[in-house]
Design a binder for this molecule. Structure first.
Ligand code: COA
Ligand code: ZN
Length: 314
């Protein structure tokens, strides 16, 4: 089995996408502890928080305190979501490594999430880019609801191309296609990737899936088959957008690393360390997280015969 990709780069988004929709506001210290652990587990990219309005996402109001408390490591890129100039100023004050601006492929979700039109978002990004360029900080662009919108249904591939072209014109090297409410399916993923690659061949594509309908990892296989090596995932499989109905968890980092290990695709991430992080997060959040490998263990985990009763009932 050869999917063409031998090595992937994963961005862990647990303390951002993961915690933004949790009822419990996770303490700053716990966030810092988890991020330091993620660095030790081997992540090269960590989307640690968002510099958004604390009224919109109170769970992430401590973004500045979090990054100031983290042991910065030059080999790890710390990125954060930024919706506007105010967010960019806050992010730059903390010397983050990359700004991630975001908008939605659908007008309805952009209005719900950002209180403005797609055009207004794009116009606003110009001042973010100018400030980032003046400070030599790269900017990356996300497209939420890229594979379907919970209010409008299917998203036209040409809309993804149109926004990606504008991102390219703003100087971005890459685009993340975000499946905010888990509406992506293998044929949609394949067609979206091809449409962007055919029209803008030199733009890196990152895939950000949610496992809302159980096909998250199947979508990753399609991505690998199309040569995509950049993915985003979340420890414990938590996550979701508070401004989209029925949004549920991201694809789970441990499950993803487990699959990559079994496929001999390098991630640079220690799965045992990652499972421990997911278990710590489970303890912090106080409910059973949806991740599967964190509970089942790896495939060759050996059980004792005594652990299971026989069919005779003894
Ligand atoms: N950081 C901190 N505060 C911010 C901010 C930022 N980046 N942007 C705006 N604010 C503050 C303003 O100062 C203002 O505060 P005030 O009421 O005390 O005066 C308030 O937020 C509203 O500002 P306004 O510019 O009118 O924004 P808005 O109400 O139209 O909201 C966004 C627009 C983009 C700021 C808001 O919708 C948002 O942060 N959305 C993020 C959504 C998100 O992260 N979704 C999950 C990821 S997909
Ligand atoms: Zn997401």
């Amino acid at each position: 089995m050869d999917f063409g990709v031998k090595e992937v780069v994963l961005t862990e988004v647990g303390t951002r996408d993961g915690f933004q929709s949790e009822k419990k506001i996770v303490s700053t210290n716990d966030k810092i502890m988890l991020i330091n652990d993620l660095v030790k587990a081997g992540f090269q990219r960590i989307e640690f928080s968002s510099f958004v309005s604390p009224k919109a996402i109170p769970q992430l109001a401590d973004a500045a305190e979090v990054i100031k408390g983290v042991d910065r490591n030059n080999d790890v890129k710390f990125t954060a979501l930024v919706p506007n100039l105010r967010g960019a100023i806050r992010a730059l004050e903390c010397q983050i490594d990359e700004i991630v601006v975001f908008l939605s492929a659908s007008e309805s979700h952009n209005q719900k999430n950002l209180n403005r039109s797609i055009h207004e978002s794009l116009t606003g990004f110009e001042e973010v880019v100018k400030l980032a360029n003046d400070n030599n900080i790269p900017v990356h662009g996300d497209i939420s609801t890229a594979f379907g919108c919970p209010f409008e249904g299917n998203v036209q591939y040409k809309k993804l191309v149109e926004i990606s072209k504008q991102y390219k014109a703003l100087g971005f090297k890459g685009v993340t296609l975000g499946d905010t409410t888990g509406m992506a399916t293998p044929p949609i993923v394949k067609a979206a990737i091809r449409e962007i690659q055919d029209n803008i061949p030199d733009l890196d594509i990152t895939l950000h899936f949610h496992n809302t309908r159980g096909v998250g990892l199947a979508n990753v296989l399609i991505g690998l088959n199309e040569g995509i090596y950049l993915y985003e995932s979340c420890f414990g499989g938590i996550g979701g957008c508070p401004f989209a109905p029925d949004a549920t968890g991201n694809i789970c980092s441990e499950d993803l690393v487990y699959m990559m290990n079994e496929m001999n695709i390098k991630t640079g991430i220690n799965i045992n360390h990652l499972i421990k992080i997911a278990k710590k997060a489970e303890k912090i959040l106080e409910y059973k997280l949806p991740g599967q490998v964190m509970h089942a263990g790896e495939r060759l985990k050996k059980y004792s015969l005594e652990d299971v009763k026989t069919a005779k009932g003894n």
